[in-house]
Design a protein around this ligand. Sequence first.
Ligand code: SAJ
Length: 414
Amino acid sequence: MEFNTVSVLGLGYIGLPTAAILASRGVNVIGVDVNQQAVNTINNGEVHIVEPDLDIVVRAAVATGKLRATTEPEAADAYMVAVPTPFKGSSKEPDLSYIRQAAEAIAPLLSKGALVVLESTSPVGATEQLCNWLQQWRPDLSFPHLAGDDADIKIAHCPERVLPGHVLQELVSNDRVIGGISPACSAAAMQLYQLFVKGECVITNARTAEMAKLTENAFRDVNIAFANELSVLCEQLRINVWELIRLANRHPRVNILSPGPGVGGHCIAVDPWFIVHSCPEKAKLIHQARLTNDGKPQHVIEQIKRASSQFKNPVIACLGLTFKANIDDCRESPALDIVHRLIGDNSGQLIVVEPNVSAEKIDQLLPEGAEQMSAGQALEAANIVVLLVEHKEFLNLDRSRLMEKVVIDTRGII
Ligand code: SAJ
């Protein structure tokens, strides 16, 4: 297949870097997003998300005319769908409405020979569902779930697997799992990814590719839940969990991850639910890992409350609000959740320190009730210090200033 023009639907944390990298390889890329402001920002050669070096690659791609953003989809040789797949409220049912909207937008533009790749993390069966939707809107064309290799349109799932903070490097160097609805679909998708992926592109079917992505994140979630459970056990047994894990990890076949205040972000805290939702009776361990990790913020709150009950005027400094270290992303952040709940709880005077997020943004994220300060000011004012994120700014805190305080170190910084 020739890919002169590729359309990327969804210009977020995955779509925008993918669009910019493809453009840097000489492909004409049309980036599509419903957010007019994001589209304007990109067309000015700027970025609306924080990711190292993304600004440089986007600026260059726009300047050479290879990347253009728009709110209206246009015809292309290939369409890459990188839209969100959240879950619906408390039922945790996967919400495929963004995929459906993207499919509806490209359906009228499809012509014989086009390739559609679903990159969004998806529950098993979502790529087949995408075929069904497109078939419904384009009965004049044949699709691979019914016509196999002879279909007019090729469809594949190729889940993104990049780590926020390392996206540009991992987009190129990571291996890719390519799951075509038919072998011809896989072959076409492979050709597209080989334009920019240096890692190996491994072919499977769409359902296995969907499950592979969910499995990767569920595996990490279960491992972190194990570490979080250990941290709670160790507290009761008066053992330092960090030392314990360091020692256990000296075994050649043991590799326990780190406990923390809970698991956040839009991937690990979400994707395992897609497996649980598909097989609620059978996915017991994966389900329990989610519950264990989601229960950790409450455990930290109880530690803080116990500490604050020792003081007449408790002043609690919470260091870090993002979902992990050295990023500005607060989505599903356990640290933010903890501070949120403390504000509603009257446990004491609250101070927050977050070097990576602007004061205005923090004001939008939190209700009134917590004062923002620098780390130095917070250490001066507080009698309880809660370390919630291991930002580089917090790694070398002056230990002597913590001596007289109660320190709740959820990340093992101290
Ligand atoms: N966390 C711990 N302990 C650890 C590691 C992480 O508590 O030892 C917490 C973090 O603090 C954070 C959460 O887990 O709150 C998730 O952070 P992460 O760094 O593990 O993962 P994400 O969400 O940034 O990115 C993950 C990655 N998946 C895997 O490593 C299997 C990434 O490769 C995926 O592309 C991404 O999810 C995604 O988009 O699905």
